[in-house]
Design a protein around this ligand. Structure first.
Ligand code: NAP
Length: 485
């Protein structure tokens, strides 16, 4: 990886400010998906170590929540600055374990760091209310307090930002946190932990451990000290964790799967729509929860869009994301290649026309060819499932009502996109889409100032924005009486 600072490469768990090896002497191999090489072996933590981390978190929170907000803000600011100073090394680590191109990794580090900067600033704005009382001698006071110890479980597709979006608001609110990153990408998480220690965030406030997900997850969800679980990952695992949290009635936030429609109306700027579809479809090799999953095209512009989109798709370069001029890296593992290919083959068998790609890339390993499927219908597997690969299904529609109905025909409700130049349509369609996020004439919608989150089976809660800290707070109502005596 040729890091400037090799001490960022940590392989033990971070518990109570110490780097701790596995208590069962078990390790997790971390593979570079572009080369198949094992790049590190990370300590695999047990349920027992998870419990130790939760206990350490509870102890650390006593002082952390009582620090003035400004002091917490300053520490978050220092952590943010260290992430930016070490952007290049963090990006190299990410590309090596996750596969996305170096340019995308650099972008993700800046994006993740921005949440730490933002929530540091917001720490000073967690204020309450004084509400007129029910009678002359009473006032209602609302204060906000940290919810308690937070447990976070995160996915491999954004190994830095998905942690930053949870840890930063938790710390801003005065909570401490125990984080379990995905088994494919623990190195990015541990490097963030190292920088948090260098920033001076007190020991035990941030704990990070990798390992068997069901074992760690069971401890996190059943331990009564944990008062909140924040999860980003698949809807299937989200439902399981939500059920597990019910026994101790934890607060939860669930950032789950998507099935984003990308609608191009007949009045759209087609070049802009093609550019937006390229970035929204192929970013991170199609492995984002907000990737366009279904490209819905009006009859009148269908052929023009297809021709331009095909030309742009043919220009993509596939390979190891650590090399220059690569636009798409590998998928996360070989199972992902098989899953994507199964969806493509099943859709072709049910009548979709293959325009390009349609099989694993000749490079082999975890690489899959950018693929366009034509004349896809709502019964086909690529329409109904989250693809999580570089596959673009094109769907035809002939009216605004039909486009909205096709777009909403899914149990998911995370992100949707549409292209139009009609201001009336902008409002009608935005309001009719059952999605938590709507991008109009834009293929990239995420930033730290905006609330990110889904409706329906895409989950609950919002990350980022002024709302993002609410998920880590309890509102306490205090009735003050006897004020006229
Ligand atoms: P996943 O299989 O659900 O895994 C996500 C995390 O959950 C990983 O840390 C995984 O650990 C852990 N996990 C798996 N089984 C568990 C269990 N039984 N108990 C506790 N933890 C468990 O999802 P993924 O394949 O990594 O990520 C892709 C999914 O994330 C997609 O559906 C995508 O849409 C969604 N996503 C959503 C958002 C959003 O903001 N809405 C953002 C990014 C991704 P191991 O790795 O150790 O198995």
């Amino acid at each position: 990886m040729k890091l400037n600072d090799t001490t960022l490469l940590k392989t033990n768990a971070l518990i109570d400010g110490e780097w701790v090896s596995s208590d069962t002497n078990d390790v997790l191999p971390v593979k570079n998906p572009a080369t198949g090489d094992i790049i590190a072996e990370v300590a695999k933590s047990s349920a027992n170590q998870t419990k130790m981390a939760i206990d350490a978190s509870a102890d650390a929170m006593e002082d952390w929540k009582n620090l003035p907000a400004k002091a917490r803000a300053n520490l978050l600011r220092t952590w943010f600055e260290l992430m930016i100073t070490n952007q290049e090394d963090l990006a190299k680590i990410m590309t090596a374990e996750q596969g996305k191109t170096l340019a995308e990794s650099r972008g993700e580090i800046a994006y993740g760091a921005a949440f730490i900067e933002w929530f540091g600033e917001q720490a000073k704005r967690i204020d309450g209310d004084i509400i007129p009382g029910p009678s002359k001698d009473k006032r209602i006071v609302c204060i906000k307090q940290p919810v308690g110890v937070v447990a976070a479980i995160t996915p491999w597709n954004f190994p830095n930002a998905m942690i930053a979006r949870k840890a930063a608001p938790a710390l801003a609110a005065g909570c401490s946190i125990v984080i379990k990153p995905a088994s494919e990408t623990p190195l990015s998480a541990l490097a963030m932990g190292e920088l948090s220690m260098r920033a001076g965030i007190p020991k035990g406030v941030i704990n990070i451990l990798a390992g068997n997900s069901s074992e760690i997850g069971a401890e996190m969800t059943s331990n009564p000290i944990v008062r909140k679980l924040t999860f980003t990952g698949s809807t299937e695992i989200g439902k399981l964790l939500e059920a597990q949290c019910a026994s101790t009635m934890k607060k939860t936030s669930m950032e789950l799967g998507g099935n984003a429609p990308f609608i191009v109306f007949e009045d759209a700027d087609i070049d802009a729509a093609v550019a937006g579809a390229m970035i929204s479809k192929y970013r991170n090799a199609g492995q984002t929860c907000v990737c366009s999953n279904r490209i819905l095209l009006h009859d009148a512009i269908y052929d023009e869009f297809l021709e331009k989109f095909l030309t742009a798709t043919r220009e993509l370069t596939i390979g190891n994301g650590a090399e220059d001029h690569i636009s798409i890296g590998p998928l996360i593992n070989e199972k992902a290649v098989r899953d994507v290919d199964k969806l493509v083959q099943a859709s072709v068998r049910s009548g979709a026309e293959l325009i390009c790609g349609g099989s694993p890339h000749p490079l082999g390993g975890c690489f899959y060819q950018p693929t366009i499927l034509n004349e896809v219908s709502s019964e086909m597997p690529v329409f109904r499932n989250e693809i999580f690969g570089p596959v673009a299904p094109l769907v035809r529609f002939s009216s605004e009502a039909e486009a909205i109905s096709l777009a909403n025909d899914t149990e998911f409700g995370l992100a949707a996109y549409f292209y139009t130049r009609d201001v009336g349509r902008v409002w009608r369609v935005s309001e009719a889409l059952d999605y938590g996020i709507v991008g109009i004439n834009e293929g990239i919608i995420s930033n730290e100032m905006a609330p990110f989150g889904g409706m329906k089976e895409s989950g609950s809660g919002r990350e980022g924005s002024k709302y993002g800290v609410d998920d880590y707070l309890e509102i306490k109502y205090i009735l003050m009486g006897g004020l006229d005596r």
